[in-house]
Design a binder for this molecule. Structure first.
Ligand SMILES: *[C@@H]1O[C@H](CO)[C@@H](O)[C@H](O)[C@H]1NC(C)=O
Ligand SMILES: *[C@@H]1O[C@H](CO)[C@@H](O)[C@H](O)[C@H]1NC(C)=O
Ligand SMILES: *[C@@H]1O[C@H](CO)[C@@H](O)[C@H](O)[C@H]1NC(C)=O
Ligand SMILES: *[C@@H]1O[C@H](CO)[C@@H](O)[C@H](O)[C@H]1NC(C)=O
Ligand SMILES: *[C@@H]1O[C@H](CO)[C@@H](O)[C@H](O)[C@H]1NC(C)=O
Ligand SMILES: *[C@@H]1O[C@H](CO)[C@@H](O)[C@H](O)[C@H]1NC(C)=O
Ligand SMILES: *[C@@H]1O[C@H](CO)[C@@H](O)[C@H](O)[C@H]1NC(C)=O
Ligand SMILES: *[C@@H]1O[C@H](CO)[C@@H](O)[C@H](O)[C@H]1NC(C)=O
Length: 462
């Protein structure tokens, strides 16, 4: 059943092709919008290609020459694959009327110079594959009109010079991959490289070239490495340079950087490298360790650390005068027993003095009161209240009366005239009865002073 059904869609397709007046070249396979003529032994382009194709695959053939306007009959062409052919030169106007091209694969051919007219008019081109050719030179304005370019692969060639200056923010706003690895570049125009848009620098691959070790080269790679670009992390081993241009004395400079000790890595590229944030939650009395891991930490031997703490201000190696706090050589700050008032934002600054670089790390520390203690505090407060109440009551009902009685003639049973020690003594003893009287109507004690004139003297006590 199924085997019987199978050929019919193919027949239908072929019928359609014939109906629309288009023929699929006999050596090719035409499927919907794709024409595949790969590995067909072609030495030249087939005569008639279907005009509606979006993808044309001519890879693995023997093409060595393409005439002007070769693809002008395919106005919808977007993907053109010509890898593994024998093209050594592209004549003028090969891609004339093919401005819809977005993906162009010319890898593994024999191109030796990329002339500036090659890709003229391909302003929609996003991906250009030129790896594994014999390219020695890329002419200055080759890439100029390619304003949609996202990825360009030039690796495995013999390029000695590349027009970095022609790539700028406004000319190539989408370029994020420029592979120039495995070429023959020994001296790059490092100033031009540093002037490349940040996105291009991030996607620039330069490993496995014949670089000559020098400080300007090292400076560029050092900063890329610091920023953790994939080109550095994925190809650390392949980044080599030769000392004094001697290919036999080649070093992996990302690992063995002793040669560059005398280099000053410029400040120009040294914005604050990273700010790493984190937060820490501990309980009162706990030991706290705050790491100062920053992007500079790789060279921790060359770093000095400063912590800014909310409770103790700046903390440096020399300022510590406290056994409860320590700052380790790796920047870790240790607080033996954190207090609630140690909470807040801690900022560590790691400074690489030699390279004038610094990086910061922020840690928000929150020290919580332990659950047990908060109860204790409450209990203590409660006890304090009770004690205070007792004292107030004692004061009100015991102490003030004596004074009051002395001052207020009304409540005195004895004459004040004879005012000496003895009379006072005698005066106090009979007043006990009065005191008892006061005690029976307590509230009066509070009310009276406010009413009586003399009471004003009485209220402001202790
Ligand atoms: C090809 O482009 C030229 C201008 O570059 C134009 O004059 C010509 O009509 C185009 N041909 C086709 C078939 O589109
Ligand atoms: C380095 O480049 C050479 C050609 O210049 C190539 O043969 C070799 O395979 C490349 N090595 C790596 C690891 O890419
Ligand atoms: C670095 O400088 C010192 C003296 O300042 C010198 O002895 C040494 O050879 C230099 N190293 C290199 C690799 O240039
Ligand atoms: C730390 O606290 C500060 C201010 O309290 C706040 O602005 C910042 O976002 C906090 N950072 C983190 C990592 O929580
Ligand atoms: C923080 O609290 C501790 C006791 O809990 C006290 O000794 C210290 O002085 C306080 N520090 C500040 C900055 O308030
Ligand atoms: C360290 O503390 C002692 C007393 O604890 C004080 O006399 C001394 O001046 C302090 N030193 C510094 C550098 O703060
Ligand atoms: C820093 O050193 C201290 C003490 O040697 C150690 O406990 C801590 O783990 C180290 N921190 C890091 C991030 O290596
Ligand atoms: C960090 O670097 C900036 C500029 O490079 C500098 O102004 C600042 O003082 C540095 N901070 C520290 C703590 O060294």
């Amino acid at each position: 059943m199924t085997s019987g059904l199978y050929p019919s869609p193919l027949l239908l397709l072929l019928c359609l092709l014939h109906v629309s007046g288009e023929t699929c070249p006999s050596v090719c396979l035409c499927i919907s919008d794709t024409v595949s003529c790969s590995s067909s032994g072609l030495a030249k382009l087939p005569q008639s290609l279907p005009s509606f194709s979006i993808t044309l695959d001519l890879s693995h053939n023997h093409l060595s020459w393409l005439g002007p306007g070769s693809f002008s009959i395919m106005p919808k062409l977007e993907n053109l694959r010509m890898a593994h052919n024998q093209l050594s030169v592209l004549g003028h106007g090969v891609f004339q009327n093919a401005s819809g091209l977005r993906h162009l694969d010319l890898s593994s051919n024999r191109l030796h110079v990329v002339e500036q007219h090659y890709f003229q008019g391909l302003w929609r081109l996003e991906e250009l594959l030129l790896f594994n050719n014999k390219i020695t030179q890329v002419e200055a304005s080759t890439l100029s009109g390619l304003s949609s370019l996202k990825k360009a692969y030039f690796s495995l060639n013999k390029i000695t010079h590349f027009p970095f200056f022609s790539i700028q923010d406004h000319s190539h706003p989408f370029l994020t991959m420029l592979d120039l690895s495995s070429n023959r570049m020994s001296n790059l125009p490092w100033e031009d490289v540093k002037a490349l848009p940040r996105l291009v620098q991030r996607g620039l691959y330069l490993h496995n070239n014949t670089l000559i070790c020098d400080c300007s080269m090292y400076s560029v790679f050092w900063h890329w490495d610091l920023r953790g670009y994939d080109s550095m992390t994925n190809f650390a081993e392949e980044h080599t340079c030769s000392i004094y241009g001697d290919q036999r004395a080649s070093i992996r400079f990302l690992q063995y950087n002793r040669f560059f000790h005398n280099c000053t890595v410029e400040k120009a590229v040294s914005q604050p490298v990273t700010v790493l944030l984190s937060s820490v939650l501990v309980t009162d009395g706990d030991k706290v360790r705050l790491d100062c891991q920053t992007s500079l930490s790789k060279d921790s031997a060359e770093l000095s650390f400063t912590w800014l703490s909310p409770s103790k201000g700046y903390i440096t190696k020399t300022s510590i005068n406290d056994t409860l706090i320590s700052l380790f050589p790796n920047g870790t700050l240790e607080i033996q027993a954190a207090k609630v008032n140690d909470s807040g934002q801690y900022v560590c600054t790691a400074v690489n003095i030699k390279h004038s670089l610094n990086a910061t790390r922020e840690v928000n520390v929150t020290v919580l009161q332990p659950v047990g203690e908060s109860f204790n505090t409450g209990y203590t407060t409660l006890l304090g209240c009770v004690v205070t109440m007792v004292f107030i009551l004692m004061y009100l009902y015991l102490t003030p009366c004596r004074c009051n009685c002395c001052k207020q003639p009304k409540c005195l049973a004895v004459p004040v005239a004879t005012y000496d020690q003895n009379t006072l003594k005698s005066a106090v003893s009979p007043s006990i009865g009065d005191h008892r009287k006061l005690q029976t109507n307590k509230h009066v004690a509070f009310m009276e002073p406010m009413i009586s004139e003399e009471g004003t003297e009485w209220t402001p006590e202790s």
